[in-house]
Design a protein around this ligand. Sequence first.
Ligand SMILES: O=C(O)CCC(=O)C(=O)O
Length: 298
Amino acid sequence: MGSYALSKADIEEFRQQGIIGPLDLYDRDEILRAYKEEVRPALFDRSRAPYDLPVDAPTANYDRHLDIGFLGDHVRNPRIVDKLTSILGPDILCWRSEFFPKYPGDAGTQWHQADTFAHASGRPQLIWPENAEFGGAITVWTAFTDCTISNGCMRFIPGTQTAMHYDEMKGMTFQGHDSESGFFGYDYRELQVDADWAPDESKAVSKEMRAGQFIIFWSTLMHASYSNTTSNQTRLAYATRYVPTSVRVYPDTDFVEEYGHRFSLQNYTTVLVAGADRFGCNKIAAHKPGGNPMSSPG
Ligand SMILES: O=C(O)CCC(=O)C(=O)O
């Protein structure tokens, strides 16, 4: 167990609630400066980005931990990864990272749960072994700016992670990026198993965070975010997603089509952030500290 592992009490809290945090990772000034000076300029340089997508595609910055050193180090930061081993066991892959900006005036993210992540693409992106106790992924959502109720912080309904209210294979209609619908151009309610059901918002908790803090939650936990009602504050988060090495990532798929764009997985790889792989079901890159996984031979 690494030195930042969760305590027994924390593990029990996480088991019941499906979420833990906010926890400290970076100093506020450190992350604000790193984003402005290192990460943001690198995001605009797409020469080594894993996917050939226009800069304004919602998926354009998927998996930039594969080519941007700061993000490559972030996904395997021991303050994060040690805690994940308390939840997922010793052998862990980072399979996805993505940015979630909320610009002034942006609508909040609708309530949703993600199990196989088929919701937008119509194809399961994760398949757990048949005897698995869990599904979904662990999301580590790190605040790259302060996140408040006014600028769009996250909301959760604790304890909802074990029962899915959505069928991700039902298919949603893409309504376009400018649509008012609450899930990045889709209406997540189209996936409800029971069309008359509604999440019990009276049990929701808000997670205001300062820049540099993170929360850990099951992707199957009911989650949403507030609208950004400010006129001048962008809220930005970087979400990194993890599964044990036994999970098949993007099974039998060599492209992804979602949020109005299609991209090839030719340059895709998971990153082993802890332990070892005994299953061999995924393409895996080792990570060189300070470097980036794609340039390493792994
Ligand atoms: O940041 C948001 O508003 C949504 C984030 C989210 O749904 C996720 O990280 O799974």
